[in-house]
Design a protein around this ligand. Structure first.
Ligand code: AMP
Length: 146
């Protein structure tokens, strides 16, 4: 079996993320593969109808992006992933992870079996969506619900 050449680690900064990150790091080392890290900032469903008038003028999106960039840099630095392979995207996590994988000739996506969205499930919704739509191998690192 040929080695993986380019591995994509999808991180959501949930508590178990460190386990998923270290598995991706190990696999990259064993396969002598490049490692790219991606985080997707979800579009905020904030509307006046949902929350009532928003009383102050804050750019939530920019705040979220800045915060995500700092967290992503921390994870990536721990894995020696250079800046050009730290990807911050916006939109639907499952769709963006698959798109980034296609555009970067990724041959293995590594993610957690669940994260922020999937604690009650065997597979979270992002993991499930990526498994269904990816055009390459996907490793869902089994995370326990503790
Ligand atoms: P979920 O299916 O949403 O519970 O999450 C499963 C896994 O998908 C997580 O452990 C992460 O590896 C990945 N993931 C979830 N959300 C994101 C996100 N916004 N950006 C990148 N990866 C994500």
């Amino acid at each position: 079996m040929a080695n993986y050449k380019h591995i994509l680690l999808a991180v959501d900064f949930s508590d178990h993320g460190i386990e998923v990150a270290s598995r991706a790091g190990q696999l990259a080392e064993l396969n002598h593969a490049q490692l790219t890290v991606v985080h997707v900032v979800e579009n905020l469903p904030i509307t006046e109808a949902t929350y009532g008038p928003i009383p102050f003028d804050v750019d939530f999106t920019q705040t979220l992006l800045d915060d995500a960039k700092t967290r992503l840099a921390k994870v990536a630095a721990g894995l020696n992933v250079p800046e050009e392979r730290r990807l911050l995207e916006m939109g639907s996590p499952k769709l963006e992870i698959v798109r980034v994988a296609d555009e970067n000739q990724i041959d293995l996506i590594v993610l957690g079996s669940h994260g922020r969205h999937g604690l009650a499930l065997l597979l979270g919704s992002t993991a499930n969506g990526v498994l269904h739509h990816a055009n390459c191998d996907v490793l869902a690192v089994r995370l326990k619900n503790d």
